[in-house]
Each structure stands twice: as C-alpha cells, then as structure tokens.
Write a protein that binds this ligand. Structure first.
Ligand code: FES
Length: 137
C-alpha cells in the first residue's frame, strides 16, 4: 500500500470535499464533522460521479408516520438515480447486500510523520547506445 499525502487539514474544513485522481482512480476525500473519509467517485449502480452528489441525512422510522432525520451531512445521494450511500462505510441504503461504494481509509498524521517518508523518486531505465564528447565549463 502506497501512502499519498492529500492536503494540509486546514485546506479541507468540515463539510467540504476534495476531488483527486490517485493511480488513475477518481477519488473524493470528505471532511465530515472533523473526520475524513475517502470514496471512489464512481457509483456502483451505473457509474455516475457519485461524490458530486449532495450530502444529506438519514431518514429512519420506528413507527408508521414517525420519521426521524439523523446523521445530517453523512449520507451521499448519487446525482443520477438518487441512491444513498453512507460516507463512513460506502454502504448502500438502496440495496446494501449487492452494492457498496468503494471506500478508502483516510488518516490525519502529524507533519513530522509525513516529512519522514519514505519517498521514492520515480526512475527511468537509461541505456547508452553510443559515446559522446562532453565539455564541462
Ligand atoms: S448511477 Fe448512481 S444511483 Fe444510478
């Protein structure tokens, strides 16, 4: 597993999201009330840009006619067909057994830990096919 440094915490305040591409995967990082979560920006239903949908709450009912609206801002509604997913787990509320949004672990780490690395520079294979005359001034 390769670690990717996304942004300073200050650049992603609560209630915001950041879109990025990591290893050719479209991902969004969400700050939900100070906790960070990552989801693949592709709906498991028909492939919409899931993470561009609105953040809503969870409507639950314990008795007929009684609806409680909880977890405000923690549920993501797909912009295409309205399926709802839990930002924390990727679970679908429409069809939880068959569909789940791909979730990625996101952590907050102190700058001192991030600076340490290890980081590896990208290298390319080089071959020498003939000789050159070179002058250093
Ligand atoms: S593509 Fe997301 S609900 Fe259909």
């Amino acid at each position: 597993m390769v670690r990717h440094v996304i942004a300073p915490v200050d650049e992603l305040p609560p209630g915001t999201r950041k879109f990025l591409t990591i290893d050719e995967r479209p991902i969004a990082i969400f700050n939900i009330k100070g906790e960070f979560f990552g989801l693949l920006n592709r709906c498991p239903h028909q492939g919409a840009a899931l993470c561009e949908g609105p953040l809503i709450g969870l409507a639950q009912s314990s008795d007929p006619g009684e609806i409680e609206y909880t977890r405000l801002g923690e549920i993501l509604r797909c912009p295409w067909h309205g399926w709802e997913f839990d930002i924390r787990t990727g679970q679908s509320y429409c069809d939880p057994k068959r569909f789940r949004a791909k979730a990625y672990p996101v952590n907050v780490e102190p700058g001192s830990a991030v600076v340490k690395g290890p980081y590896v520079a990208e290298t390319l294979a080089v071959s020498v096919e003939s000789d050159y005359v070179v002058v250093d001034l």
